[in-house]
Design a protein around this ligand. Structure first.
Ligand code: AP5
Ligand code: MG
Length: 218
């Protein structure tokens, strides 16, 4: 099964993907996490991506598409997959369709996590992330058991460098201009499912699991 998680920055894509991984044994591929790993390893791609990420703009399609297709090839053929943050432009979506067609696979469902802009800024500026496993916490809405430390591995939580108010506003603007058009693209293919993300984490999880259970039955 291949699922795409669509949604604006800070909507809760990463948070809900963790649940999918635990409950349905899907592999989680986040383009943002892949890019942050490239940066940490100081690769050519990481260096080229840095200025785009730091300014809240999208990394060019040609860099992202080749990185993500390579990552997908590394996933065991039988494992289900959830893509988070990719595709993010119509160009990326068409390239993904082409690559999947070549290997006889298809996207089973696109989950569109819808959250109002005013809520996003609050979620992102209060986020604290685990640099080791990528888990996201929030200083108010999703606190770790021990202040400042990841529940899973005990690593010290950090604030992402693109989680400042100015960059967040640009990321939201970029989303509306370049990523929101994907909603119509997948709707037209009849694989789009809406999730209301303007509610507590557990309620979003419940909606999502109902939907994925249904997909697994069909
Ligand atoms: P990326 O890392 O993908 O960031 P993003 O899409 O901006 O999304 P976030 O990771 O910020 O948010 P999320 O939806 O995962 O929310 P989370 O679960 O953490 O991309 C970063 C950059 O990389 C981009 O700006 C771009 O430059 C580049 N990039 C990546 N992919 C690319 C691509 N395909 N093409 C080109 N460039 C690309 O939750 C957020 C916070 O809210 C957390 O604190 C969480 O605890 C809290 N929270 C979650 N759910 C709820 C809830 N229901 N109620 C209250 N709080 C909640
Ligand atoms: Mg994320």
């Amino acid at each position: 099964m291949i699922i795409i998680f669509l949604g604006p920055p800070g909507a809760g894509k990463g948070t809900q993907c963790k649940v999918l991984v635990d409950r349905y044994r899907l592999r989680h591929l986040s383009s943002g996490d892949c890019l942050r790993r490239e940066r940490e390893n100081d690769t050519d791609l990481g260096r080229r991506a840095q200025s785009f990420m730091d300014s809240g703009r999208l990394v060019p399609d040609e860099l992202i598409v080749s990185m993500m297709i390579k990552e997908m090839e590394n996933v065991n053929g039988k494992a289900g997959l959830v893509l988070d943050g990719f595709p993010r432009t119509l160009g990326q979506a068409r390239e993904l369709d082409k690559a999947l067609r070549q290997v006889g696979k298809k996207i089973d469902a696109v989950l569109n996590l819808q959250v109002d802009d005013k809520e996003l800024e609050q979620r992102i500026t209060g986020r604290r992330s685990c640099p080791a496993c990528g888990a996201a916490y929030h200083i108010t809405f999703n606190r770790p058991q021990k202040e400042g430390l990841c529940d899973s591995d005990g690593a010290a939580l950090v604030q992402r460098s693109d989680d400042t108010r100015g960059v967040v506003r640009q990321r939201i603007k970029t989303y509306h201009q370049q990523t929101a058009p994907l909603i119509a693209y997948y709707k037209q293919k009849n694989i789009l499912h809406q999730l209301d993300g303007n509610t507590e984490i557990e309620k979003v999880t419940a909606q999502m699991c109902r939907l994925v259970d249904q997909l697994a039955v069909d």
